[in-house]
Design a protein around this ligand. Structure first.
Ligand code: NAG
Ligand code: NAG
Ligand code: NAG
Ligand code: NAG
Ligand code: NAG
Length: 366
């Protein structure tokens, strides 16, 4: 997720992106994977503001525990739970975790008007609301709840974890800091002048909408293919606009999927999820990023600022969107190890199993 229309041209695309092979972006992709060993149950629950959130609860069929560990999974910014989040939730449930994917407020089946609006606080709140829900299930251990945030949800999850100690283990995949992205562009490709221009245009758009003008949408994924798409846009296009990952939820239309409203998108300018990230300690953090991902700066930044215990896992040869659904590239085994260790029934005994420092996953799926 990224790009205001006005800044596409300004975005610097660096050499790391040239190594992404456009022709083979979806090799091994399996976004819509379903497991024979896991039961998916559509659910709804309330956030703290009594807004309804739509989610899916995944329970392992062999579950016998009445105190199981549980994991919340948040979808990429502009996506819905059917995109990447269900896949991660399913893969983790296969390994014995109760898992929950959910639609962020204003997206998919969750409440909130106008549709596709941006509210970083409510996005973070979704993770806490999911913890509420899980902790009220008789088969979940309230002391063993963790979460994974993918893309923009990585930042929303960090934001949630800072003020919700019930989240005991926090992992991100292909994290985007939507605050930094909107303020500065990727790799500081947008200056303050350009930022101010966007803020002014969005402010004027508020008058336009109040006066009955049309809602404008911004950023997201190009709706039509063009050879002029940047490598970053092509990567998103391959997922969001093809059968690989395309999903239009009920009540929406294909042309507005992935696109936030322009007048609300500026809320991200005030979003600083990594401020105070060190206060999450001693709860463990795992940041997973492709080493050629265009978003790698965000995982690096978060890792540097976080306190121990923390781990930064580079996936060799992986780009940003690869970790949405290319199941041979997503290091599920490392994710599972992280949660087995940190959501173990006896935490103290396992403290030393936490992996520290910067690691590289070179084995596919390893
Ligand atoms: C796509 O990538 C996979 C894994 O790297 C490789 O085995 C396969 O041959 C590639 N296919 C094409 C068409 O390049
Ligand atoms: C599903 O369960 C069967 C029977 O217990 C097992 O053999 C198989 O490995 C499981 N598959 C996955 C993907 O967990
Ligand atoms: C359920 O199956 C998973 C994957 O094989 C396994 O890790 C877990 O321990 C099993 N749980 C029970 C309660 O048997
Ligand atoms: C999207 O398409 C619908 C028809 O399917 C149309 O009514 C609507 O105006 C379009 N919205 C935008 C922003 O293009
Ligand atoms: C944990 O590791 C530290 C340093 O490696 C060691 O001193 C300590 O005894 C270990 N604790 C346990 C419980 O194994």
């Amino acid at each position: 997720m990224r790009f205001t229309r006005d800044t596409v041209a300004a975005l610097g695309i660096t050499s790391i992106l040239n190594s992404v092979t456009a022709q083979n972006l979806s090799y091994g992709a399996d976004n819509f994977y379903r497991s024979n060993n896991v039961t998916l149950q559509p659910i709804t629950f309330q956030n703290q503001y009594q807004m309804t959130i739509a989610g899916n609860l995944f329970t392992p069929d062999n579950l016998t525990s009445n105190a199981a560990p549980a994991i919340v999974v948040g979808h990429p910014m502009g996506a819905v739970k059917e995109q990447s989040a269900n896949l991660y939730a399913t893969k983790l449930a296969e390994q014995g975790f109760v898992t929950l994917s959910f639609d962020h407020q204003f997206w998919g089946g969750s409440d909130g008007e106008p549709r596709n609006a941006v509210s970083p606080d409510l996005y973070a709140e979704g993770f806490s609301a999911a913890v509420d829900y899980l902790g009220m299930q008789s088969f979940v251990d309230r002391e063993r709840i963790g979460a994974v945030g993918i893309c923009g949800s990585g930042g929303f999850l960090i934001s949630a974890a800072k003020i919700d100690t019930r989240l005991k283990a926090i992992a991100t995949a292909s994290m985007y800091n939507m605050g930094t992205l909107n303020r500065n562009g990727l790799q500081h490709s947008q200056d303050v002048q350009q930022r101010m221009q966007i803020i002014d245009q969005a402010s004027q758009q508020c008058w336009t909408e109040l006066d009955g003008g049309e809602v404008q949408y911004t950023s997201g994924t190009a709706n039509t293919y063009s050879p002029n798409l940047s490598p970053v846009q092509r990567e998103f296009y391959d997922f969001y606009r093809t059968s690989r990952g395309e999903y239009t939820p009920a009540g929406s239309t294909v042309n507005i999927t992935t696109h936030p409203t322009f007048s609300s998108n500026v809320k991200f300018m005030n979003f600083y999820p990594f401020n105070d990230i060190e206060t999450i300690s001693p709860r463990p953090l795992l940041f997973i990023s492709g080493d050629i991902a265009h978003s790698r700066e965000f995982s690096e930044d978060a890792y540097q600022r976080a306190a121990e215990p923390k781990e930064l896992l580079w996936v060799s040869g992986a780009g940003h969107v690869d970790l949405y659904d290319r199941v041979d590239m997503i290091p599920f085994n490392r994710l599972i190890h992280f949660f087995r260790t940190n959501l173990a029934a006896n935490q103290i005994a396992n403290t030393n199993e936490t992996v520290h420092g910067i690691q590289t996953a070179s084995l596919r799926g390893g």
